[in-house]
Design a protein. Structure first.
Length: 176
């Protein structure tokens, strides 16, 4: 089977990793519908500053997006235009020497800069985050879409694609 089609590129988080591209406008339309209906499932790896208190947890916040500055922030639940943001995380590895953690993230909602804002608000900003972070200035944002699942737009077969970052640069932390 060869898949050279797709549609969905989420540039809002500047992540890299698995993406899908459509070969036809009909396939793109069907994939776009899956995105709108939250039927496409993406999982992420990221490197964050420090050691998290819990090895597994759920973050539940409300985010407000500032269109003018292209940033988001944690908001109160009753704030106008604030949207609920939920994610689960699991710590994969912590490196005490450099005080960085590798985290697996599963989004329940896909808000603007959600992963970046929710971790930064808890003093665990993503490594290389120029907007919300403090460490890794000038480095690539350590956010990687490693798993993507969706239904084939024609056959409806459930497809899952995975790709992990090379253990170079910031991702050397993945080495044993």
């Amino acid at each position: 089977m060869t898949f050279t089609w797709g549609l969905y590129i989420d540039w809002t988080d500047l992540q890299v990793g698995v993406m899908v591209f459509a070969r036809t406008s009909k396939a793109a339309s069907r994939l776009s519908e899956q995105v709108r209906n939250k039927e496409i499932h993406k999982q992420y790896l990221c490197i964050v500053d420090g050691k998290l208190e819990k090895t597994k947890d759920t973050f539940k916040d409300y985010l407000y997006k500032n269109e003018r500055t292209n940033t988001s922030r944690i908001a109160k639940p009753n704030e106008k235009n604030a949207k609920e943001a939920i994610l689960d995380y699991e710590v994969i590895k912590y490196n005490e020497e450099i005080n960085l953690s590798v985290i697996k993230v599963d989004l329940h909602t896909g808000r603007h800069h959600q992963i970046r804002v929710q971790f930064a608000s808890r003093n665990h900003s993503l490594y290389g985050d120029q907007k919300y972070g403090t460490r890794g200035r000038g480095k690539q944002l350590a956010l990687w879409a490693y798993s993507l699942s969706f239904k084939h737009p024609t056959t409806k077969e459930e497809l899952t694609f995975e790709d992990y970052p090379e253990k170079i640069g910031s991702w050397k932390i993945l080495e044993d």
